[in-house]
Design a protein around this ligand. Structure first.
Ligand code: RP5
Length: 164
């Protein structure tokens, strides 16, 4: 097994519906990764250990998704200099606006790269991690370029119904 390069963590198994979209991208690009529940408030000791061990384990990025008072990405970032990519998970009552504000409003000095609420944010966080890793891999860069080219081709074939 190659060493894990990207960790995908989330506050609850209920976040998987969103976070699976990050994992799908990492699988598509063949990035060695892991996915786990590491709750900031339900298992803070494990969360601290995960962050403290991340650099030593060779992780290049941590994609962290959480909903509501979404302190997981920020607390991980507080305990590691491995880049943390935060994904706001849609919440039951505030649709993830609370999650977004919780993750994006980090005080100066401890950065968390924050992505869009939901599926798009999860997928884009993974694509961002791929772009980070591509800096050291021309082969991965070529696959990312090809991914973009396929999107462009798909957009160029899009049509809308003719007007009446
Ligand atoms: C957060 O609380 C999780 O990230 C999740 O989005 C939210 C709700 O968790 P559950 O009550 O569904 O386990 O910790």
């Amino acid at each position: 097994m190659p060493p894990v390069q990207v960790g995908v963590v989330m506050g609850s198994s209920s976040d998987w519906t969103t976070m699976q979209h990050a994992v799908q991208i990492l699988q598509e690009f063949g990035i060695p990764h892991e996915a786990r529940v590491v709750s900031a408030h339900r298992m803070p000791d494990e969360m601290f250990a995960y962050a403290q061990e991340a650099a030593g384990r060779g992780l290049q990025a941590i994609i962290a998704g959480a909903g509501g008072a979404a302190h997981l990405p920020g607390m991980l970032a507080a305990k590691t200099t491995v880049p943390v990519l935060g994904v706001p998970v849609p919440s039951r009552h505030l649709m993830g606006v609370d999650s977004l504000h919780s993750i994006v409003q980090m005080p100066k000095g401890i950065p968390v790269a924050t992505f869009a609420i939901g599926e798009a944010g999860a997928a884009n966080a993974a694509l961002f991690a791929v772009a980070m890793l591509a800096g050291a891999s021309p082969e991965l860069r070529a696959r990312l370029d090809a991914f973009r080219a396929r999107q462009t081709d798909a957009a160029r074939t899009m049509t809308v119904p003719p007007s009446a």
